[in-house]
Ligand binder design. Structure first.
Ligand code: TRP
Length: 337
């Protein structure tokens, strides 16, 4: 990026409902670490959004704010480059949400594929908290408050970005000028990691995760359980790669692509046992996670310092959001004095 181009802005975030895992790492964390050098990056701990389906367990959300912040620091998010902040402490976002809710219909919210899938997973049926149904409007507020151009997220968040852009277009049309900025989702090639059990998605609620802070023994135990090829009974049998989680993980994490290609060919031909594949996977994951775990432990020694960092980041974020809110209010005829 040259000095003459205006700097591109990133806004992204996670709900702090549990520790981050390899799914987050693949879906967005790797991109956030890589992009923080060239973009002005804001990373939000979406505690308020997390409450939309956790009002019965607010303590869980509260506790996980610092845990997720530790995960960010551990993977290499640098607070000198990225502004990390807490959503609930930026009330400007709530006010923006309040206005944006008038720019979406209930029917459109009900059609949002991400919301639909989450409603199904949570078994809400008809008893959907209104705040949950409408959280795409709040997510649009998060993104637009910072006039973000780019949002690094996992594949499942694409409908959220589409809906945010619809709100932006409607708002700008009503305002008669481009106050808000449309954004692009930044989704990596491997945008979703299956769970260790072979289910489509790695997710805490499905209990099929490998956490970024996992111990050596936890990694080893998880790798043992990884779903492979149920038809591959004897070593000499030909193996299948489709849906084979061990190979999907190696695709995502093994730096030696040439050796991996050879291993795949051997597996498909027959004569390569799952234990060899899993041994490689264990090695790759241990090497990936050992430095992350070490950095996490280091930062975890001083949670007070982590909270101080979040406080400073939140102050910076608030200033930016307040500027956008002023413009939005003015455009809506809501400035009087
Ligand atoms: N919906 C995201 C999640 O489920 C969290 C989130 C809230 C977010 N606001 C955002 C992500 C804005 C990107 C941009 O984890």
């Amino acid at each position: 990026m040259t000095a003459s181009t205006t700097q591109q802005i990133i806004l992204t975030g996670d709900r702090p409902t549990g520790p981050l895992h390899l799914g987050h790492f693949v879906g967005s964390l790797r991109n956030r670490v890589a992009y923080q050098h060239d973009y002005r990056q804001y990373i939000m701990l979406a505690d308020a959004q997390a409450l939309t389906d956790n009002m019965e367990d607010t303590g869980k959300v509260h506790r996980n704010v610092v845990e997720v912040a530790l995960d960010y620091l551990a993977v290499g998010i640098d607070p000198a480059k990225s502004t990390i902040f807490i959503q609930s402490q930026v009330p400007e976002l709530a006010e923006l949400t309040f206005y944006y809710l008038n720019l979406v219909t209930v029917a459109r919210l009900e059609r949002n594929p991400t919301v639909k899938e989450e409603i199904r997973l949570r078994g809400f049926e008809r008893d959907i908290p209104a705040g949950f149904l409408t959280y795409p409007a709040s997510q649009a507020a998060d993104i637009t408050a910072f006039k973000a151009h780019v949002v690094p997220v996992g594949e499942d968040q694409i409908p959220m970005i589409e809906q945010a852009n619809e709100i932006v277009r409607r708002f700008n049309r009503l305002a008669g000028r481009d106050i808000l900025v449309e954004c692009k989702a930044l989704v990596p090639e491997i945008g979703r990691l299956p769970g260790t059990d072979g289910k489509a998605k790695m997710s805490k609620s499905l209990g099929n995760t490998i956490n970024l802070g996992a111990s050596e023994a936890e990694i080893r135990a998880a790798v043992k359980m990884v779903y492979t090829d149920p038809l591959h009974l004897r070593v000499e049998d030909p193996g299948h790669l489709e849906g084979n989680v061990a190979f999907l993980y190696l695709d995502a994490f093994d730096p030696d692509k040439a050796a991996l290609a050879e291993m795949k060919a051997h597996y498909v031909r027959g004569g390569l046992g799952d234990s060899v594949v899993k041994k490689r996977l264990d090695l790759v994951l241990q090497e990936l996670l050992a430095p992350i775990r070490a950095r996490r432990e280091e930062f975890a020694k001083d949670r007070g310092q982590v909270m101080q960092m979040l406080k400073e980041g939140t102050m910076v974020a608030r200033e930016t959001a307040a500027k956008t809110l002023d413009e939005v209010r003015a455009a809506l005829g809501l400035s009087y004095f």
